[in-house]
Design a protein around this ligand. Structure first.
Ligand code: ZN
Length: 361
């Protein structure tokens, strides 16, 4: 590793939202703010910590698990969009090999999705009944990197609408077991009715969270439960509703209501102090590499630009327990020609991607 070129990043280094420095160096893949001796390759611009996509799926497409070469392409697409840290929100593929690749984004895994029998997309999840929930949560907590992913609600074909998937007692025991094993728990929830039980059972995060209301927002805020709205995914709700309209009209109407109030929901959550993070839901039916589009959506919902940036940069990294641009941290950063704080659309066109101290894009 010592034969590596020293990299010198000059311009405006955004070590924090208000912590702007003139330069940094990457030596042996690590950040330093002390000028090292010798020659360096210099790159110039506005530097952000490698972006975080907190809801992304590597090793998955709309039919289920994919071969490793497809997973590799997914990870490269994310990387080239500036996503250098992924919280994988559930994958049926074993992507552990990615950890040995210095040219691919770092992944924090949540194991495989855990869903109720026939209550999720085919080939994605362990589909189980409540009596097995604690055992499966323990298994996935051991397989993952500190997170477990539940499917908290889904269409119930007998009811013809979204309904909660897990009884309160089982979910409480399962979340307690995950916490005992040092893992946090998150759940996919579109609708309103699963949220109170999950939060009171001690859940750490909710994905999508379109069903937040005046009733549940204060509860999330009080308990510090984060949300990852995935607005680029919620944008597809009308299309999903059209597809299911004939068989499930109530469900379709429900999905449209959740869609219509999506920006108000996210803004109300933010205003109440609920931590909001950037996630794209890439890898199911959505493309990889949409991180800039999701940040733009959060701004459209009314989150101030610097906070929307933090939701994919400094704040997201702190939440996930990973460093940003600190001395000694892995030199994972993205460089832009302009200040992304002034206009988050800048994120759509990174000029340089630096991963482990090397320019990779
Ligand atoms: Zn997802």
């Amino acid at each position: 590793m010592s034969d590596r070129t020293v990299l010198h990043v000059k311009g405006r280094v955004l070590a924090g939202p208000e912590d702007v420095r003139d330069e940094l160096w990457a030596v042996d893949g690590r950040i330093t703010y002390e000028r090292p001796p010798g020659e360096a390759l210099t790159v110039t611009g506005w530097a952000l910590p490698g972006l975080v996509d907190a809801h992304c799926h590597v090793g998955l497409d709309k039919h289920g698990p994919v071969p490793d070469e497809v997973s590799e392409k997914q990870a490269l697409t994310d990387r080239d969009a500036g996503t250098l840290l992924i919280r994988d929100a559930g994958s049926p593929s074993d992507t552990r090999w990615v950890d040995d690749r210095e040219d691919l984004p770092k992944i924090i895994r949540a194991g495989r999705h855990i869903a109720r029998t026939r209550r999720y997309i085919r080939n994605y999840a362990h589909e189980i009944e409540p009596g097995d929930l604690v055992a499966y949560v323990a298994q996935e907590a051991r397989r993952g990197d500190g997170w477990v992913k539940l499917v908290g609600d889904w269409i119930d074909r007998d009811e013809g609408d979204l309904t909660a998937c897990w009884p309160r007692g089982e979910v409480e025991a399962a979340i307690a077991e995950a916490h005992r094993l040092g893992a946090r728990v998150t759940a996919h929830c579109f609708a309103e009715d699963s949220l109170r039980d999950l939060v009171e059972a001690g859940i750490d995060c909710i994905e999508h969270a379109t069903g937040l209301t005046e009733d549940t927002i204060p509860l999330f805020a009080e308990r510090g439960v984060a949300i990852v709205p995935t607005l680029v995914n919620i944008a597809t709700f009308p299309h999903m509703a059209d597809g299911g309209e004939a068989k499930f009209p109530d469900w379709a109407a429900h999905m449209r209501r959740l869609y219509e109030r999506r920006y108000d929901t996210v803004r109300s959550a933010y205003d109440a102090g609920i931590p909001v993070f950037v996630g794209t839901d890439a890898g199911g039916s959505l493309a990889h590499g949409l991180v800039a589009a999701e940040v733009a959506e959060l701004v459209k919902a009314g989150i101030p630009p610097v906070d929307a940036l933090s939701a994919t940069a400094w704040g997201a990294r702190t939440w996930l327990g990973r460093p940003a641009l600190e001395e000694g941290a892995p030199a994972d950063l993205v460089i832009y020609d302009q200040d992304p704080r002034a206009d988050v659309r800048v994120l759509a066109a990174p000029s340089r991607i630096v991963l482990n101290g090397r320019v990779v894009g």
